[in-house]
Design a protein around this ligand. Structure first.
Ligand code: HEC
Ligand code: HEC
Length: 262
């Protein structure tokens, strides 16, 4: 064999090895980038869910009585498509439901008196959300599948930060949050209520503990912000739009303030 031929083969093999290495790395890089994109999408979906969905489907997709069904149970992921006769994929079922809503419910529990069961969310159907936001919400809902099927064991919900003996600074922070989180718009600057919009919260400090048997004032007030549909004040047909996104510490401050409202 001529030296040139051998040299040629060596160079060829070296190039091949290089290409294979670069190719493998490129593939790994793409996989990681796709995983990061997906994680971001799920995160965005979680925020949108907090804002638009938890008042009917519950903070963790557990469902809220007659307001909305559970979205995180095994039945939803294994039996639901067959039940409604949907031939497409789970992804398309979830995305289509979110985009178009449900004019009539498929189950008697959710059939209201002439009211739409679930409003549409896509702009094309008159809702407020963009296509990529519907996709993010879909990714978030589908993300419950492994836990719903028992493949992943979730750590129990962290217990709320205990209410420290409230001090003046904490109450002042809570008072400020009450304005910033928009509570004042419906409940009045001094928590004395806004006619036809939101009830007065006067006396809520003492009254919250008597609203629901077995529910402490702190729990009742936290639920008012986290899942307004959990308890509906007397005289109101539907839950107020009290839901606000805040950290656990902020919520603790807010509750400390509300407990002082006389
Ligand atoms: C006003 C209450 C309400 C809100 C807000 C709401 N939903 Fe629903 N949703 C419902 C009801 C009621 C149904 C079930 C109707 C039925 O039985 O067909 C439903 C059904 C669904 C389903 C199909 C569940 C199934 O078992 O077939 C999905 C998925 C869903 N909602 C996701 C969402 C997402 C995501 C949001 C937020 C963008 C949202 N929903 C906001 C009330 C609501
Ligand atoms: C868009 C109007 C609106 C906003 C904003 C709002 N609420 Fe409400 N809130 C209501 C309505 C209406 C009710 C009565 C129905 C119910 O209990 O859900 C209510 C009920 C409550 C109750 C129960 C009252 C009782 O007597 O049991 C509490 C506590 C409460 N809201 C706290 C808050 C807090 C804290 C915020 C701010 C994070 C807030 N709300 C924001 C409208 C609103």
């Amino acid at each position: 064999m001529s030296r040139i031929l051998i040299a040629g083969i060596v160079v060829f093999l070296a190039l091949l090895a290089l290409l294979v290495t670069v190719g493998v790395h490129e593939e790994q890089r793409l996989v990681t980038a796709a995983q990061i994109d997906r994680a971001r999408q799920i995160e965005q979906g979680a925020l949108l869910y907090e804002q638009h969905c938890r008042t009917c489907h519950g903070s963790n997709g557990e469902g809220l009585g007659a307001l909305g069904p559970a979205l995180h149970d095994a039945h939803f992921f294994t039996g639901r498509l067959r039940e409604v006769g949907w031939a497409g994929s789970m992804h398309d079922y979830v995305a289509t439901t979110i985009a178009n809503g449900r004019i009539t419910a498929t189950r008697p529990l959710y059939v209201g008196d002439g009211e739409v069961a679930m409003p549409p969310w896509s702009r094309a159907s008159g809702g407020p959300l963009r296509y990529d936001q519907i996709e993010a919400l879909t990714a978030f809902v589908l993300n419950w599948q492994p836990t719903a099927l028992g493949e992943v064991i979730v750590a129990p919900m962290p217990t709320p930060t205990p209410l420290a003996v409230s001090d003046a600074a904490q109450i002042a922070r809570g008072r400020q949050l009450y304005g910033e989180a928009g509570c004042a718009a419906c409940h009045g600057d001094n928590a004395d209520g806004v006619a036809n919009v939101g009830p007065a919260l006067t006396g809520i400090g003492a009254g919250a503990g008597e609203r629901v048997p077995g529910v402490s004032p702190e729990e009742y007030l936290r639920a008012s912000v986290l899942i307004p549909a959990a308890h509906v004040a007397e005289g109101y047909a539907r839950p107020g739009d009290c839901a606000a996104i805040m950290t656990d510490v902020q919520l603790t401050d807010l509750v400390a303030y509300l407990l002082t409202v006389e």
